[in-house]
Design a protein. Structure first.
Ligand code: GLU
Length: 306
């Protein structure tokens, strides 16, 4: 059996909180227990929200928690060509189209469709209204002219054609929330998602599947908020000929208000807990986790090319 490869993949748009600690510790401890590798990947392709200073703070928090990971750490912003290549492959399959519509135009089209049909617009698994497909109605001459004029646009996937091409898909879930077993993927539930944004060369969905494959990740342990997005990830893996890792989506850590912790709110940050005198053992206790598995700190860290 090949050695399992785990990863923790934070986005540097704020300080880590207890929810991240749960993900990071579960990945790290599983790697130690199973004699596998533990990688950290910085998901910083969102130029607007990512801030370089948070990278150092994240790595410092992980070191404080005692979670030794391999070096060097892969930073997505340094590998944009890998994501562009994947997008080109999807484009060659005829599955992408440019989407010029602004948020306001999309919202207006959704409202008009709701008014015309008298029924609420369909929503994706995260609760957002589905993109109503307005850019698919543009004629080829208009698309050409707007592209030639350099009009900013996103690239969306033709989800109906993509799902048909990919065929029926599922994934292996060792979830804490769903029963362990194979989960059927339902990418159509997401509609024509954006795979390259107006302001970023690739979306999270593209970068995550490309990197998991490039880094040989065999096991993805992450928060339950990404459970349904796995349908998109399985679709892209299939279309791009990439292997599918095993998935485990863990419970979310909720704040005192019963809501998901958010980085931007700075709630329950590890930094804040540390400054208030908490120890890594306190963090584990608060998360209902035991001590690190034996051998955790003594593991040699291999230096591999990122
Ligand atoms: N970068 C994502 C986040 O911080 C996690 C991605 C993943 O684990 O697949 O929410």
């Amino acid at each position: 059996m090949t050695e399992p490869v785990f990863r923790f993949a934070p986005s540097p748009n704020g300080d880590l909180h207890l929810g991240h600690a749960l993900s990071a510790i579960l990945n790290h401890d599983a790697a130690v227990r199973e004699g596998g590798r533990f990688l950290v990947r910085i998901e910083d392709i969102d130029g607007e929200r990512s801030r370089p200073e948070f990278v150092d703070r994240i790595l410092e928090d992980l070191a404080w928690l005692g979670l030794a990971h391999e070096e060097p750490v892969r930073r997505q912003s340094e590998h944009l060509a890998d994501y562009t290549a994947a997008l080109e492959k999807l484009e060659d399959l005829g599955l992408l189209y440019p989407s010029f519509a602004s948020r306001a135009e999309i919202a207006r089209a959704v409202a008009e469709a709701e008014a015309a049909s008298g029924t609420p617009a369909p929503r994706d698994p995260d609760g957002a209204t589905l993109y109503p497909g307005i850019d698919r109605l543009l004629g080829p001459a208009e698309v050409d002219a707007r592209l030639r004029a350099g009009e900013p646009h996103a690239m969306r996937i033709r989800m109906d054609a993509a799902a048909l091409m990919a065929g029926s898909l599922d994934w292996e879930e060792a979830g804490d929330l769903a029963p362990a077993g194979r989960v059927p993927a339902d990418p159509l539930a997401w509609g024509d998602v954006v795979l390259a944004r107006k302001d970023a060369p690739a979306s999270y969905h593209v970068a995550v599947v490309v990197d998991d494959a490039l880094q040989g990740v065999t096991d993805v342990i992450r928060g339950a908020d990404l459970f349904h997005a796995t349908s998109i990830h399985r679709l892209l893996q299939q279309l791009l000929g990439l292997p599918a890792p095993r998935y485990r989506h863990h419970r979310l850590v909720l704040g005192p208000d019963g809501r998901k912790l958010s980085k931007s709110k700075g709630s329950s940050s590890l930094r804040g807990l540390r400054q208030a005198g908490a120890t890594p053992a306190d963090v584990r206790r608060r998360l209902g986790l035991g001590p690190p598995p034996p051998g955790a700190m003594a593991r040699p860290q291999r230096n591999r090319y990122s």
